[in-house]
Design a protein around this ligand. Structure first.
Ligand SMILES: Nc1nc2c(c(=O)[nH]1)N[C@H]1C(S)=C(S)[C@@H](COP(=O)(O)OP(=O)(O)OC[C@H]3O[C@@H](n4cnc5c(=O)[nH]c(N)nc54)[C@H](O)[C@@H]3O)O[C@H]1N2
Ligand SMILES: Nc1nc2c(c(=O)[nH]1)N[C@H]1C(S)=C(S)[C@@H](COP(=O)(O)OP(=O)(O)OC[C@H]3O[C@@H](n4cnc5c(=O)[nH]c(N)nc54)[C@H](O)[C@@H]3O)O[C@H]1N2
Ligand SMILES: [Mo]
Length: 803
């Protein structure tokens, strides 16, 4: 049975919402598909949220052996001004939070971090690394929280405990024995602003700007694209704008799974009658139907929940520039008609004249574009795109939301810039209720960039760092994620030090990268849970376990607060309250400070001990380096809803070279230069996240919102493509990348299943499919791997691939 045994009808509510049922429900019998022998796949047709959400969460808690009362007490503090910021996604936190300011997936992330399970020294004594390498991602992290610093012992093929001070001394000695340019300091997007600022200073003092972060695989297309367009590296909207908008676009974001709290604002907008227009090759339930699990009335109502997208367009993967060109073309036609009949203009002519640059070229491109080509590349009919144009032309306050469906492409930057063009033509930028909204991933990935985590020198205040701390910042750009991978492959990168994440699993070309990884000298992983990257042993390896954000962090001056920046550029304090998972754990700032003291003693005037004794001093240092964004940092960080950074574009101050908002016209809407469109057998594979995963962390084998239960080894594809390729549901296939670089990239024994998806596309889960993604297949300038567009061929098992 997959249900938790709660009958939604006839329930009485003790508290102010169905989550109040948590305590009672924990005792009921719940089961998930831990058993992967009998998977079932059937497209899900229930609303997102609703009872499915409650059941899923409860079953996860039960599975981790969590006490209902403990979980309940913890969740009360999630996303509250006096509590901790959720460790899952980076969606904004309102000034007046709900009693339950969390979602199913945020709560799952909390359960995952606060689990009573422990991956301790006894565990490592029982298992060799070779044995653990055979385990799945799920089983590795499922062992629970890491408790003890460990060093790899090659003769035993095991991790064995090491004293913290020995670990710091030995790691520092290793790093000091090599050229700093051959060491890399990776950051996954979770570490706080304080830790991140210290981390990048440590790396630069040591002599390396090699600071790749998860953002390089994620929203780097935004970080490169938006500054060129509007002079801001981040989005321009805040929650106030969401409260006011009268229309929204969603391009390539799976909101129901990846930022579920945002659904509340979408639902409110829909209730106000605002159209929500979605472009996504996959029908994602969250943007179709939603029931608010916080609302008893909605939960008990037999209806199907709110219709979230007024219109949902299954654009062909990579077809967004074509689709947006079609919409823009329709807007120009409406504007022409308005001029002919003397009605008000549809274009915001004043805005374009006063604020914009490059409009004429954009207009030429759109007017010259051929409808047949638009229809062919987008896969959408002309009259539908014209309909969108009419809806858009009527709206006054429009927000353009987007996610990985735009950024993870060869033309990721152009995708982002085209959405900006679409907004600019109607003046939808820098006024209340309107703007661009990149929906960011990790809970502090945006903030890390703000305080100096970047390989690009032009993005940091070099002179200030040098003046404040008396050292010389190396004067050439460092390595980003792609550069790091290339360096590991060619042997020039010798040491990898990670502040969180699971780099080797998240990157492209995983099989090749894993082999190369073992040739490195040093692999250091600061982390909370065991993952595959710990097991890919270099010559010397350390696991340094840290306390998590939900846990109490006590230093010399007492309990500490940290801070992070959300997707809308608001900065919040976060205060952990739970007992740390083990007494041996150190906080992330403490680990960075101790490592820095061992690595770069006397090489700067950074007062590491003083900073780590009182994180408020690190915040003062951040304010000193970035005075505009962080004015009165310590005072303002408790502001309910966070304090907003200074984003010029949100009030029409364009910090671009032209001093204007730039229309940046794409060369072409050709979908992907690497895909061989002449061969009908080549499909474009879109790598997806399931509802039971956070990036490489696999909570379980169910993707409830898509109706896939008990397996991740599945390729979802268009039914006509299946027929053409002679495939039926549940047939087994091998999947091979279609390239001519002489490297065979293949995954075996996947099951295929028909899915509502455009012809020529297919979908499957990341990170397992990363073995198929060539390292060179990335956005040209942003270097974001094109994870949404991998050319593949399928071969039925037991049969040779069609030539
Ligand atoms: N629960 C949970 N929450 C998360 C994460 C998680 O793994 N689990 N990850 C976090 C992180 S780091 C990030 S970056 C975000 C990711 O959140 P998303 O940006 O939603 O990323 P994906 O899950 O990769 O899904 C992207 C969506 O784009 C669609 N898509 C694919 N190709 C195209 C295309 O060519 N055009 C269009 N229009 N759409 C396309 C896909 O069908 C999918 O619905 O979520 C964050 N939040
Ligand atoms: N094919 C394909 N590849 C992709 C993507 C895709 O859509 N498709 N998405 C890309 C994106 S958007 C991203 S962001 C990357 C994600 O790449 P990463 O950020 O590198 O990966 P995560 O899976 O988030 O990292 C999980 C690990 O982080 C550690 N961890 C968790 N919490 C903490 C903490 O508080 N402190 C510390 N120090 N460690 C902690 C745990 O040990 C856990 O095993 O993957 C990218 N790769
Ligand atoms: Mo991400």
């Amino acid at each position: 049975m997959r249900a938790c045994g709660v009958d939604p009808s006839g329930l009485r509510f003790a508290g102010s919402g169905p989550w109040a049922l948590l305590t009672g429900c924990m005792e009921t019998d719940m089961e998930r598909s831990e058993n992967t022998d009998n998977p079932t796949i059937e497209q899900y047709d229930q609303p997102t949220g609703g009872w499915g959400s409650v059941k899923s969460l409860l079953s996860h808690a039960k599975d981790e052996g969590m006490l209902a009362s403990t979980l309940w007490a913890t969740l009360q503090k999630q996303n509250k001004a006096d509590g901790y910021q959720c460790v899952s996604c980076s969606w904004a936190k309102p000034a007046e939070p709900h009693t339950f300011e969390y979602c199913e997936n945020g709560a799952k992330a909390t359960i995952w971090e606060t689990t009573p399970k422990r991956c301790d020294r006894e565990f490592f004594a029982k298992h060799t690394v070779s044995e653990l390498l055979e385990w799945t991602d799920h089983d590795l992290e499922k062992q629970g929280r890491l408790t003890t610093p460990m060093r790899y012992d090659r003769t035993l093929d095991q991790y064995v405990p090491v004293k913290w001070e020995d670990a710091f001394r030995e790691i520092a000695a290793e790093l000091n024995a090599i050229d700093p340019k051959s060491a890399v300091f990776y950051v996954s997007g979770r570490a706080a602003l304080e830790t991140s600022h210290m981390w990048q200073l440590m790396a630069r003092i040591y002599g390396s700007n090699n600071l790749p972060d998860s953002s390089n695989m994620c929203h780097e297309s935004t970080s490169v694209g938006l500054p060129e367009s509007i002079g801001s590296p981040v989005g321009t909207v805040t929650l106030d704008d969401f409260d006011q908008c009268d229309m929204m676009f969603f391009f390539g974001h799976n909101t129901g799974t990846n930022a579920p709290r945002l659904l509340h604002w979408v639902q409110e907008a829909r209730k106000r009658g605002a159209p929500v227009i979605t472009f996504n090759p996959v029908l994602e339930r969250g943007l179709m139907r939603f029931k608010n699990p916080q609302s008893p009335t909605e939960m008990l109502s037999p209806d199907e929940g709110t219709k979230m997208s007024s219109d949902y367009y299954q654009v062909r993967g990579g077809g967004d520039i074509a689709a947006m060109t079609g919409i823009a073309k329709a807007v120009f036609a409406l504007d022409d008609a308005a001029q002919e009949t003397g009605r008000p203009r549809v274009l915001d002519v004043d805005f374009i004249e006063t604020h914009c640059h490059g409009f004429d070229e954009f207009e030429r491109f759109v007017r010259q574009a051929d409808w047949d080509e638009i229809v062919r590349c987008s896969g959408l009919p002309r009259d539908e795109l014209e309909h969108v144009g009419r809806v858009y032309a009527k709206a006054e306050k429009v927000i353009g939301n987007y996610g990985m469906g735009l950024t993870q492409h060869r033309h990721g930057i152009e995708n982002v810039q085209m959405l900006v063009n679409l907004l600019l033509m109607r003046g939808m930028m820098g006024k209340p209720g309107a703007g661009i909204s990149p929906i960011r991933g990790h809970s502090n990935v945006q903030g890390q960039r703000t305080v100096g985590i970047t390989e690009k020198l032009k993005l940091i205040p070099v002179e200030k760092f040098e003046e404040f701390y008396g050292f010389t910042v190396p004067k050439e750009d460092g390595l980003d994620t792609i550069g790091t991978c290339e360096g590991i492959l060619d042997g020039s990168v010798k040491a990898f030090v990670a502040l969180g994440g699971n780099f080797s699993r998240a990157i492209p070309d995983t099989a090749r990268m894993e082999d190369a990884w073992r040739r490195m000298r040093l692999n250091v992983q600061i982390s909370t849970k065991l993952n595959r990257n710990h097991l890919l042993t270099a010559e010397i390896n350390y696991i340094l376990p840290c306390i998590g954000r939900i846990e109490r962090d006590t230093q010399a001056s007492g309990p500490q607060t940290v801070s992070m920046e959300d997707s809308t550029a608001c900065i919040h304090a976060s205060f952990g309250h739970r007992e740390p998972a083990s007494r041996e754990l150190l906080s992330e700032p403490k680990i960075v400070a101790e490592l820095a003291k061992a690595l770069v003693p006397g090489k700067s005037t950074v007062p590491w001990d003083e900073w780590v004794g009182d994180y408020a001093k690190v915040r003062d240092a951040i304010e000193r380096a970035y005075p505009t964004d962080f004015r009165d940092f310590n005072k303002r960080m408790g502001t309910p809803g966070g304090f907003h950074r200074d984003i010029g574009a949100s009030y029409r101050e364009w910090r671009t070279e032209s001093g204007k908002a730039n229309f940046l016209t794409p060369d072409t809407f050709d979908v992907d230069p690497d895909i061989d469109t002449t061969s009908a057998d080549v499909l474009r594979l879109i790598t997806l996240r399931s509802n039971d995963q956070f990036n490489t962390t696999i909570y379980g084998y169910d993707d409830r919102l898509r109706g896939v239960f008990g397996t991740r080894m599945v390729i979802l594809m268009n039914e006509e493509d299946m027929q053409r390729l002679g495939l039926r549901n549940d047939d087994r296939v091998d999947v091979q990348t279609h390239t001519d670089d002489g490297i065979v990239r293949k995954v075996e024994d996947y099951r295929v299943h028909a899915w509502a998806m455009p012809k020529g596309n297919c979908g499957g889960y990341y990170p397992e499919l990363n073995a198929l993604l060539p390292l060179w297949h990335h956005s040209k300038r942003a270097h974001v791997p094109a994870a949404k567009s991998i050319p593949v061929r399928l071969t039925k098992r037991g049969r040779q691939a069609a030539a």
